[in-house]
Design a protein around this ligand. Sequence first.
Ligand code: PLP
Length: 446
Amino acid sequence: MRFQTQRPASWQSCIACGNEMVETDPHSRCTACGGLLEIQHRPPAMTPAELIQRFTERRGGQPGATASGVWRFREIVLPSADAVVSHPEGNTPLLHRVALDSWAGVENLLLKHEGHNPTGSFKDRGMTVGVTQAKRIGAAAVACASTGNTAASLAAYAAQAGLPALVLVPAGGVATGKLAQSLAYGARTLLVRGDFDDCMRLAEQASEQLGVYLLNSINPFRIEGQKTIILEMLQQLAWEPPDWIVLPAGNLGNTAAFGKALREAKRWGLIERLPRLAAVQAAGAAPFARSFAENFARRHRVKADTVATAIKIGDPASYDRAVQAITETEGVVLSTSDAELLEAKAAIDASGIGCEPASAVTLAGLRHLVTTGVVKPAQRVIAVLTGHILKDPGQLLRYHQELEPPPAGANRPIEIEADLREIERVLRKQSLGPSAHAPQGDNAHF
Ligand SMILES: *Cc1c(COP(=O)(O)O)cnc(C)c1O
């Protein structure tokens, strides 16, 4: 459709053919060509300074949806929304640990920990917007394909909204914490005998033919919510962008969201220059890294295999949007082996922060980029930790208790008799002094 006069606040457009659709259109793809949709907003009717002041006023302490780290930015997320389904979510910290600076080889690494969201991953930021939109258009039911975190998040927000939820996950391929959440929040959970890419195909067919509203990250409203990882980060940095933002890349929804957030923030005067994106995949699931190495000459599809189940995706749905994000930010795409990402994860965990396996590709990837001279040690880097350490307890227990020989940093538990002398023996044998565990400089000061 074409708009004759004043445009509405927001509408949908196809990134392939430019076809425009109204904001309330429930289709998950362009109805003309099947391309990916993107939300367009009329530029906010405020100066950048006024906009920033409004975001600052809303930060912290407010009751209701304004307390949300997503809806605080509603002028550039979903300006036409009046009632929203919010937990609230967001407001995640930027963390610093000296030990991780040295592990990666940089001087100033900050970790934006999205595992602090209500269901333990960044998916909540997209889901609050997606489920809000589902309510606004009167969807009868919502659905997604998932490697686990989208399912957990959809299940929670659909429960809050009173909407039936259907989730499709690969049988035997979901981390325990995520499957447990989906069941507990009450989603109808289908264990599909296939991989994530099979689940994705099936979910798209179900949305087209059975009329359920699809809430995978091909849904452009989820992308709008995930943009707020960037907006909140920029706000935390007083709108002074870092040099690099490093993130894990699976289905590429987040890579796409980061690119769109940065593009709009620059266009609307919130920032003056763009940071560079570094998207990191697991080596066994790296079709996007492969395309990047060929200057995006063509799209690749692989059979995915990695311990990082959240990014175990062979045919990323948001490929076209993500190419734009990497190109516009002069970004890079790389991959790390499972051994490297698990070593990085052990370092993040041992620093007291902790994250799920997929999140740790950021630190492993950053070390690569420093070693190869792409990132300079003095540059300011933000790594996005996408999920909580307790999402995948199975992997943790295998790593620390079971693997032979014990991998780097494995912390074996010791079974003892109920006898004080046994504790004494352990203390004598191990140097449990504070020096080994508390690197200088991680104390907080007032
Ligand atoms: C979903 C997810 C990712 C991958 O994000 P994409 O948008 O699919 O690229 C990475 N880490 C965690 C923990 C996730 O839940």
